[in-house]
Design a protein around this ligand. Structure first.
Ligand code: TEU
Length: 575
């Protein structure tokens, strides 16, 4: 069954490989936190990997209560990460290296240190400044919050103005009002029904577009519009998505949110070369998600339904069909994502029998994942993913199959979810540990003196670049080949045909073909048969030879020999 038609390569963002950098943990030019200069120093590494673009998580001014997703100035760089000049130089240097730069924008909330919030608090009740956020009186004479909404990070979504750390001695210290924060209490939600908020953000978009940013990843894109009646809600939201939803949430994925992105699209369209918007939107279905990528809105939306899937044939097969069908309906590319800075790294998640394990972190007292199994399955899933048409996201470290840190001591945890849930959720620190680079150096070469803001795994030498360079069968070499072949064969714009029924119950099978075209590159491009073998080994079909296998041992298999379990192979016809 043909799931998706082939196209020509036209817009770079339709089949790009985009690499997520989490600046505080990528590379440091000094001190325990990563920084922009650290990134600049590794641009060659990124270009050699074969990616097209980098998405940078926030590096703006921020008190860092949520690792920079609490922004106090959207138009400046936090001194911890460098200077505005460093950011400008990084964008320029990346462009010279042939890489595009997507920056993160956090429009749902600011930091409580943002001057808009400081001014709002100081201006007092009823002022236009207060209208930039959501201030409301509590229920029962103020003893209860205005609604029963819970913060995504745990605890109530409302806090009292008088408890803000900076109000002592000001009139606000006497107030009984609450303010809304869907995340940490240091992250007040903006009121997007107020046109002044819209203007403010359009200026920020232009600020970064003028500095050459190739696009924006839009944080919590589904959350900006709240039901102004602020009704109570019987559902509950968790980091990994919505856990219980008896009725639509009054603060997520509301239809009015799309007006905002139409306005943003019009601004981006004034720029050349073309700039993109990527939605970090949690929607219940692929159909709802596709609404963010209609032609007059964003270019891409993260496919979290794919990310959250178990590593199982039927589940993946369904999600792949749905993803392509829904994004094709609106003419946008599908994205394929396996990990990011908000959830357990894929190779650790897959080290359990139950591969749907969510985003709550893994601690020393939890059952530990089987590292070899997880690593093996992760490469198989990556190879399946890289062969699908659309956009392929890689989170820093995935190219070396870096696992989650699964035994961080509680004292070092910084994710606000840990404290807000009194430790019931361990939080996301385990996927945010500073990257290892060089095996012989302290901190595995993360920073000049070896300092790292979170401890690395003791045995992480095997995830350094030098160790993986020296091993021809390492994940790093595998990823370089994977991305080179994906590019040469133009798999990202190929068609996709589901041929699962021809290859048995334990195998996912697709054929990726180039568009019919007169272009020389296409004329030589064979169809690629992609098989992912799950729990039981399956025979290599006749008439095909292995082009790439996620398990090096499978690279030299001949007809009828068994492809081992948890392996993906790309096959081309025998000449
Ligand atoms: O994450 C948004 C977020 O928490 C979602 O993953 C959440 O699970 C979803 O809204 C539930 O439906 C982004 C950032 O990626 C994260 O690092 C930040 O902490 C968060 O926003 C707040 O800015």
């Amino acid at each position: 069954m043909l799931l998706h038609p082939a196209s020509e390569r036209e817009n770079w963002w339709r089949d790009a490989v985009i690499y997520q950098i989490y600046p505080r943990s990528f590379a440091s030019s000094g001190g325990p936190l990563g920084d922009l200069r650290g990134i600049e120093g590794r641009l060659n590494y990124l270009a050699d990997l074969g990616i097209d673009a980098v998405w940078l998580s926030p590096f703006y001014r921020s008190p860092q209560f949520d690792a920079g997703y609490d922004v106090s100035d959207y138009r400046d760089v936090d001194p911890r990460f460098g200077t505005l000049a460093d950011a400008e130089r990084l964008i320029e240097a990346a462009h010279e290296a042939g890489l595009r730069i997507i920056v993160d924008i956090v429009p749902n909330h600011t930091s409580w240190d943002h001057e808009l919030f400081r001014r709002a608090v100081a201006a007092g009740p009823g002022s236009p400044e207060r209208e930039m956020f959501w201030f409301r009186a509590g229920k029962n004479g103020g003893s209860e919050p205005p609604t029963n909404w819970r913060s995504v990070f745990g605890g109530p979504a409302w806090s009292r103005v008088r408890d803000l750390p900076f109000v002592a001695g000001t009139p606000a210290a006497e107030e009984d009002l609450y303010y809304l924060h869907l995340f940490d209490r240091s992250q007040p939600d903006l009121n997007w029904r107020n046109p002044a908020v819209r203007t403010e953000f359009l200026e920020t978009l232009r600020f970064w577009l003028d500095r050459g940013a190739d696009g924006f990843r839009v944080d919590v894109a589904h959350g900006l519009m709240k039901d102004p009646a602020l009704p109570d809600w019987s559902g509950a939201v968790e980091m990994a998505g919505v856990t219980e939803k008896p009725e639509p949430a009054p603060f997520f994925d509301r239809d009015e949110v799309h007006e905002i992105y139409r306005e943003w699209r019009a601004v981006l369209d004034e720029y050349s070369p073309e700039r993109i918007l990527v939605a970090e939107a949690w929607a219940d279905t692929e159909e709802r998600l596709a609404r963010y990528i209609r032609p007059d809105e964003m270019n891409q939306a993260f496919n979290f339904i794919y990310l959250a899937a178990p590593f199982e044939r039927e589940a993946l097969r369904d999600i792949i069909v749905q993803s392509l069908r829904q994004s094709d309906r609106v003419g946008a590319p599908t994205t394929w994502v396996l990990s990011n800075h908000d959830g357990v790294r894929v190779c650790s998640r897959l080290g359990y029998r139950d591969t749907s394990r969510g985003a709550n972190g893994i601690g020393a007292h939890d059952p530990q994942p089987d590292r070899e199994l997880g690593a093996r399955r992760a490469l198989a899933w990556h190879q399946l993913t890289a062969g699908l048409p659309g956009v392929y996201y890689i989170y820093q470290g995935e190219e070396r199959n870096l696992p989650e840190h699964t035994s961080l001591p509680d004292e070092v945890r910084e994710d606000p979810t840990f404290a807000r849930t009194q430790g019931a959720e361990l939080g996301r620190d385990g996927c945010r540990v500073p990257l290892p680079w060089e095996s012989g150096r302290p901190g595995f070469g993360f920073s000049p003196d070896g300092a790292t803001w979170l401890p690395q795994g003791e045995d992480w030498a095997r995830y350094t670049v030098d160790v993986q360079e020296a091993d021809p069968h390492s994940p790093l070499h595998f990823f370089r080949t994977l991305l080179r072949l994906r590019d040469e064969l133009e798999l990202g714009v190929g068609s996709l045909e589901d041929v699962c029924d021809e290859y048995g119950a334990g195998v996912l099978a697709y054929v990726n073909r180039a568009a019919n075209s007169n272009r020389a590159a296409h004329a030589q491009r064979p169809p690629v048969l992609m098989l992912t073998v799950f729990d039981d080994a399956a025979p290599l079909p006749s008439g095909w030879r292995v082009l790439l296998a996620s398990d090096p041992a499978a690279s030299s298999l001949g007809e009828g020999e068994m492809i081992p379990a948890d392996t993906t192979v790309w096959l081309v016809p025998v000449e």
